[in-house]
Write a protein that binds this ligand. Structure first.
Ligand code: ADA
Length: 563
């Protein structure tokens, strides 16, 4: 289940989750041995969506593996929609190559034409191995599971089909009226003419006839004015059902009208100054890896609300659309980013052409797929790269300009771990800092001086007009480990440090947002995990099963008070 509502009422769509056949291929010989059409007899069964590390003996497996299943169809034009495949996917239909996709956390689809009615075989080669050009890099602070991690759908396309609809809008000054236009991505197997109807809520806003060219095409509709809009806001997350219909096909999505901007070094949502209170969430669970079921995402959202948070940072990659749908519904603002986790990359690596272009493509895809979600108020373009280097600067400029051009009404930021040497602050709307005083260095009291010193640097550089978000800070605590003296690794120490941080940040006029590192504990990868207790990043204010530590209650008290 990739969304929490039905996207189609006319289009025939069938979920291909469930039992597939599966085999690993460490030597990479599957293609020459014909796995593309039939897996060998020793293939085992596996239930998708899943990460392969959840299967017996495969926790540490890195490399190629194959997934295969049979399905039946009425034939014609078929579209295969993959919610996400980690990291590289190549797909075959009945042994014929269909297409491929790089990047583990975004949905993609492939179209096959003139398919006969009956039974067919779908094969997916999945590769989660990494090299110097991989995004994410081999060295990350999470578990780099491979697999088909979100649902797969088979759709039967007929006539003119709506693959995507982006709503672009401009609000009037009073935020009571929106001028909306719709960018449609259509598909048709032949040149055709069709009716086109767009409805928003219960109002038909566009109704006409259009000519569509064969293949995939894009059209933009005229602007229509919507009066008396109900804004999307954190305490009133009003959503509009957006429905697009042709003679033979349909697509349903949801949009919300809201306005985010930076003014006088502050962040404003719908003309009201706002401080973002949140935590960093990995989409991970000890029993599911990245294939977190929507029910657990829902529980996470309930915990964020209970905590009094108004924002979530999706560290460090695009999260499931079901989760973002829930954020839309619950009035939680979201920072969505791509998986460039910089500590793995040297400054030289940042200039590798494939790294640069892959990152750019991931940003474009994230924008394409998540465009309509009103909860997304920040696009994160990278995390903790060498941002004191010229290559870091070039990457930041390239990515910032790309997202600024066409990212919808959103702020652009990146998380810097180099507050005092960073040279890229020109290329963000909000300066965001990851820092760990009181954990990796100094004591928690160092934060008191940090806000003064960093404010001075920001102003010296001429960026006094840019608000600052503390995008990471925190300390590890082993769940259930208590101490009279607040020593490191105890719940008491973590609670004291986080309380100190958020109080200092809340009192600082420079700081407009804070994301605690992190929401819950999680398994981490070999390189980093070897020096971490339990092989986990234990900085969660909940443990990996979402049980609260003492810090959770300290945060809850303050975030609720500051609402
Ligand atoms: C970094 C990084 C996080 C996590 C954190 C930590 O800032 O962005 O992913 O690794 O440090 O726990 O040290």
């Amino acid at each position: 289940m990739n969304r929490i509502f039905d996207e189609h009422f006319l289009r025939r769509s069938c979920c291909l989750d469930g039992t597939w056949r599966f085999v690993t291929d460490k030597e990479g010989v599957g293609e020459e041995r014909g796995y593309t059409a039939a897996l060998p007899d020793n293939a085992r069964s596996i239930i998708i969506p899943t990460v392969i590390g959840r299967d017996k003996d495969l926790l540490t497996y890195e490399g190629v593996c194959w997934f295969q299943r049979r399905f039946s169809t009425r034939g014609g034009t078929l579209r295969f929609c993959f919610g996400a495949v980690m990291t590289e996917a190549k797909v075959w239909l009945d042994g014929s190559y269909l297409g491929e996709h790089y990047g583990g956390f975004c949905e993609f689809s492939l179209i096959a034409e003139n398919i006969e009615a009956g039974e067919h075989t779908l094969t997916v080669r999945v590769d989660n191995s990494s090299d110097l050009d991989s995004i994410p890099h081999a060295k990350v602070d999470w578990y780099h599971h491979g697999g088909i991690i979100r649902s797969v759908y088979l759709e039967e396309l007929e006539g003119v089909c709506v693959l995507r609809c982006h709503a672009d809008y401009k609000l009037n000054d009073a935020l009571t009226e929106a001028e909306v236009s719709f960018k449609l991505k259509l598909y048709s197997a032949t040149d055709a003419r069709t009716s086109l109807t767009v409805t928003l809520g219960d109002k038909t806003v566009i109704s006409k006839s259009i000519n569509v060219e064969k293949g995939v095409s894009e059209i933009e509709t005229e602007r229509v004015t919507i009066e008396d809009i109900a804004l999307w806001d954190i305490d009133a997350p009003n959503l509009y059902t957006l429905s697009v219909k042709t003679d033979t096909d349909d697509l349903t999505d949801r949009i919300g009208f809201r306005y985010i901007e930076v003014k006088n070094a502050k962040i404003y949502l719908n003309n009201r100054e706002i401080e973002l209170h949140g935590a960093n969430r990995h989409e991970d669970h000890p029993d599911w890896g990245f294939a977190v079921p929507a029910q657990i995402s829902r529980k996470d959202v309930e915990i964020f609300r209970d905590m009094g948070a108004n924002a979530v940072r999706g560290s460090h990659y695009p999260q499931s659309r079901a989760f973002v749908d829930l954020l839309d519904e619950n009035g939680l603002m979201f920072w969505s980013e791509i998986p460039i986790w910089g500590c793995g990359f040297t400054a030289e690596d940042l200039a590798r052409p494939l790294v640069l272009s892959r990152g750019l493509e991931m940003l474009r895809e994230m924008r394409e797929v998540y465009y309509n979600h009103p909860s997304i108020v920040i696009w994160g373009i990278h995390n903790e790269i060498e941002s004191a280097s010229e290559n870091g600067l070039a990457m930041t400029k390239l990515y910032y300009e790309e997202m600024k051009k066409n990212g919808g009404n959103r702020l652009i930021s990146y998380a810097s771990r180099m507050p005092f040497t960073d040279i890229c602050f020109e290329y963000c709307d909000v300066i965001s800092i990851n820092y760990y005083y009181g954990w990796y260095e100094a004591t928690m009291r160092a934060w008191d001086n940090f806000v003064i010193k960093f404010d001075a640097r920001r102003k010296e550089l001429g960026f006094g007009n840019k608000p600052v978000i503390m995008s990471e800070f925190g300390a590890a605590a082993i769940y259930g480990h208590h101490a009279f003296e607040a020593l490191k690794w105890s719940e008491e120490y973590q609670a004291e440090l986080i309380t100190h941080c958020i109080e200092v940040f809340h009192a600082s006029p420079m700081i407009c947002g804070m994301f605690i590192w992190q929401f819950c504990d999680m398994l981490t990868a070999k390189e980093v995990g070897l020096s971490r207790a339990r092989h986990y990043n234990n900085k969660g204010i909940l443990n990996e099963y979402r049980k609260p530590k003492s810090a959770y209650f300290a945060v809850k008290e303050r975030y609720n008070k500051w609402k």
